[in-house]
Design a protein around this ligand. Structure first.
Ligand code: B3K
Ligand code: ZN
Length: 866
């Protein structure tokens, strides 16, 4: 029987890596003419097209959603063009032609925020991956590189600023209140790097002199009111430009580098050639509105987009399966940059924490895919933690294996050889292989095999013997569509320490684990050894070792690698929490003593201490369990938090006072003190001390910066005090009209550990300031709720239903952003059977909904299958 619900859904087409073919037509030159109007923009595109190879195929141009008005070929109106699906097909004799199309588009009805759209009254573009086809007909694929000349005309009063890629060429006024500008980008680029902005914007203007002595005009364009909040981003841009010259030998190439900030943006930012467009949250900062975390994220994203000028723009991707070629490499570059600006150890800890929060679960779930995927339905779904963050880990491993000099030589070779072309991951690896003089045949499996390798490690030592043996084993787990995987190359940094003296018993060694199992012997052992493993997180793997709680506590005190020291503490905490979640209770003494020692160690950087004493997240604890009961995990974690809060109360209170009176400064030292203070405040709240809410409120009210204000608000929001309600009201009223800060107000509540959070969040979705149309706001409430383990998994499934109601509503507006918020539901197999059934039913509700986007369909259907 077939009814509306069980009728088969037309499955969207799949694109496969193995089906890659070179383009049939290339477009050496592109001239675009825009008559800009939010409700009806006319786009004239003049493409010089050239047949590529011996074939007689017509010219096929991608399109989506535009209204075609005319097509001419070599200046003559064509009458044999046709629209097939969404493509424009133009039969052409011979090899070289000029094809001109005229289309009309409506930016103000563009809620997907792909192509040309309106944000806050201004017009801007987003083209990666396939947005350019929504602007005009074009071979919208990254291996068609063209030089662009762009002319635009708009009402001068409404859109006084007109920007596009490249350098400005000319501008002038029309006699009808309009003005026009022309820009030219001499560097051939794929259509996904096209950008245009028209708006009423103010500019923070500066200059940068490159190492060869060229002066580059820098501009950050924002609403006039926001201008005072652009200096941090400008500073970060200059640091990035200097860093890339020094560390990678990469110099900027145009006379102009502009950044525009917009409030409505599907992700962080976009590296369009010479005209980066940013989500305003990654540009705007001042101490009153942005946290230290925001400041760091701004610098990292500004750097990331700037670095793409070489790793992405000068050398781009042949096809979207190569996405990690530019993203993994560029994330690695921005991580190195950030590490160089402050504490490298803390930066590594943060990077590993986000890898574990986002990428490990992805690799262990139904949406697992290799760093170089084999197929996709919607490429927008593949801008993932695997492509970005695991991709960055691959580059880091190459650098570890080759050493810094050979790695730099490989990078130089890659940029020299592939400049101006569209390359592949294989091209990159081959350059590293050549420059490093190493065989990377087996390393290439990292690109092809999904799943986080698991490494087993045991250390054998006979009392009195000078020899110790480290037994290592590896297994790459099965993932959807991939079983029985071959071993990978795992670069593991290891070192032995003496359990009695704390002295190192060996140098740090780089072990390349290439086989399913391997033995490493140490001959210089003079006392019982303890092994420090995967130091610096040299390989993105899960370590399963038999180290005792005592050995972990020992490493947490004595390891000389800060990451390994942090890691030992995390493992100790994790083992304790897993035991408590499974058995209902656990001995907390080992963790309490180790945390106390860390807090008492005067040699440690407070920023490091703050990271080291934080408990692993509920989600990460859940990832260690075969069946997740989020209530059990929550109880286990809260109980340990409470004990830590109570038993170390004096120390937390001491940390609370450290530099508390000092005026705000954005220095590593002041940031570290704020971080530790806010972690301490969380522990005081967890201790349930009678004055906890009063202390938090005092910090909230007295703060001269957002880090302390938001830290205090977070501590209050998890509780039920009167101060909670007061602080939420004060915060809301103080920042009414500042969208980025209101996002924090929504997000802090959506992340609350209170047991009524699901109901409160549903209520917040009806708040007048809530809107799904703004991706930041949607992510602040819906996205944050999805990762709140306790609230999302509330018994009875209300959280799942609410999420799916929101996703379906959002899908109708903005499929890309909706699909990004689905993964928490896709993890249904990991949860208790009652929850798994409810989650599954909600996924089924999505795929049964007629008319959903292919974005959401792909995520939901794969989550059901995988
Ligand atoms: N390259 C863009 C991301 C585009 C996402 C398209 N769905 C930003 C970045 O990674 O730098
Ligand atoms: Zn990027």
């Amino acid at each position: 029987m077939t009814d509306a619900l069980s009728a088969p859904i037309a499955v969207p087409a799949v694109t496969r890596r193995e089906e890659y073919r070179a383009p049939e037509w290339t477009v050496p030159e592109t001239a675009l003419d825009f008559v800009l109007d939010p409700s009806a923009t006319r786009v004239t595109a003049r493409l010089s097209v050239r047949r590529n190879g011996a074939h007689d195929a017509p010219l096929v141009l991608d399109g989506a959603g535009q209204r075609p008005l005319s097509v001419t070929v070599d200046g003559v109106a064509a009458d044999d063009w046709r629209i097939e699906g969404e493509t424009l097909v133009v039969p052409l004799p011979g090899d070289d032609h000029v094809v001109e199309t005229v289309v009309e588009i409506a930016p103000d009805r563009n809620t997907q925020l792909m192509g040309l759209y309106a944000s806050g009254g201004n017009l801007c573009t987003q083209c990666e991956a396939e947005g350019f086809r929504r602007i005009t007909y074009f071979p919208d694929r990254p291996d068609v590189l063209s030089t662009y000349r762009v002319r635009m005309r708009a009402d001068k009063a409404r859109f006084p600023v007109l920007l596009a890629n490249g350098d400005p060429v000319a501008q002038g006024d029309g006699d009808d209140g309009t003005h026009w500008a022309e820009w030219h980008d001499p560097f051939p680029k794929p259509s996904y790097l096209f950008a245009l902005v028209a708006g009423d914007l103010a500019c923070n203007a500066s200059t940068f002199t490159t190492r060869s002595g060229r002066t580059v005009a820098l501009g950050i364009y924002v609403r006039a009111n926001d201008l005072p909040r652009t200096d941090h981003a400008m500073h970060a841009l200059k640091l990035s430009m200097a860093w890339d010259e020094k560390v990678y030998g990469r110099e900027y190439d145009l006379d102009v580098f502009n950044i525009v900030a917009v409030d409505d943006f599907n992700f962080g930012a976009m590296e369009n050639k010479g005209l980066n467009i940013f989500n305003s949250r990654y540009i705007l900062a001042d101490p009153d509105t942005a946290t230290d975390y925001d400041y760091d994220a701004i610098a990292a994203v500004v750097a990331h987009e700037y670095f793409h000028n070489w790793s992405g723009n000068r050398v781009t991707c042949r096809d979207w399966f190569q996405l990690s070629l530019k993203e993994g490499f560029t994330v690695y570059r921005d991580q190195q940059f950030s590490a160089d600006q402050g504490s490298a150890a803390v930066k590594r800890i943060e990077d590993v924490r986000s890898l574990r929060a986002a990428q490990f679960p992805e690799d262990a779930g139904p949406l697992a895919h290799p760093v170089r995927p084999e197929s996709y339905i919607e490429i927008g779904n593949f801008y993932t933690a695997t492509i970005y963050n695991k991709g960055a880990e691959l580059i880091r491993m190459l650098s570890t294996i080759l050493g810094p000099d050979a790695f730099r030589a490989g990078s130089d070779l890659y940029f020299a050889r592939f400049d101006g072309t569209a390359a592949t991951c294989e091209d990159f690896v081959a350059c590293m292989e050549e420059a490093g003089g190493v065989d990377l045949t087996q390393f290439r499996r990292w690109y092809a095999q999904a799943g986080t390798p698991r490494v087993s490690a045991t250390l054998d030592h006979q009392a009195g013997s000078a020899r110790a043996t480290l037994n290592l084993g590896q297994k790459v787990p099965d993932t959807p569509g991939q079983t029985g995987k071959a071993p990978q190359v795992l670069p593991l940094k290891v070192r032995l320490f003496g359990a009695e003296t704390g002295r190192p018993l060996s140098d740090e060694q780089l072990v390349l684990l290439t086989e399913p199992s391997m033995r490493v012997t140490f001959e210089t052992v003079t006392e019982r050894p303890v092994v420090s493993l995967n130091r610096g997180f040299s390989a993105p793997v899960v370590i399963e070792s038999d180290r005792s709680a005592a050995d972990l506590a020992f490493l947490a005190r004595h390891d000389d690698d800060p990451f390994a020291r942090y890691e030992a503490m995390q493992q100790l905490m994790l083992d304790t929490l897993v035991a408590a979640a499974v058995e209902g209770a656990a001995d907390h003494e080992g963790v309490i003593a180790a945390v106390a020692d860390t807090l008492d160690d005067p040699g440690l950087d407070p920023a490091f201490v703050a990271e080291a004493v934080l408990l692993p997240s509920e989600a990460f604890v859940g990832d260690q369990l075969s069946v997740v009961d989020p209530d059990a995990v929550f109880r286990a974690r809260e109980s340990l938090r409470r004990d830590l809060g109570r038993r170390l109360e004096d120390r937390w209170r001491l940390s609370l006072t450290a530099e508390a009176g000092a005026p705000y400064a954005y220095t590593p030292q002041a940031k570290g003190a704020r971080r530790l203070r806010n972690v301490a405040l969380g522990y005081v709240a967890a201790s349930q001390a009678v004055d906890a809410a009063a202390l938090a409120y005092a910090q909230f009210a007295g703060a001269d910066n957002m880090t302390d204000r938001q830290g205090a608000l977070t501590a209050l929001v998890g509780g039920t005090s009167d101060e909670r309600e007061t602080a939420l009201d004060v915060f809301y009223n103080r920042y009414a009209g500042n969208g980025l800060v209101l996002d924090k107000w929504f997000q802090t509540q959506a992340l609350s550990s209170r047991d009524d959070t699901a109901a409160l969040v549903a209520q917040l979705a009806r708040h007048p300031d809530f809107s799904l149309a703004n991706p930041n706001r949607a992510r602040a409430l819906v996205g944050a709720f999805g990762v709140n383990q306790r609230a999302f998994h509330v018994a009875g499934g209300a959280g799942y239903r609410w999420l799916v109601d929101q996703l379906l509503a959002l899908d109708a507006l903005n499929p890309q952003t909706a699909a990004k918020l689905l993964p928490p539901l896709g993890r249904w197999r990991r949860f208790t059977p009652d929850r798994a059934a409810l989650m599954r039913a909600e996924l089924e509700r999505i795929v049964a909904r007629p008319g959903i986007s292919k974005d959401l369909f792909e995520q939901a259907s794969k989550s059901l299958e995988g």
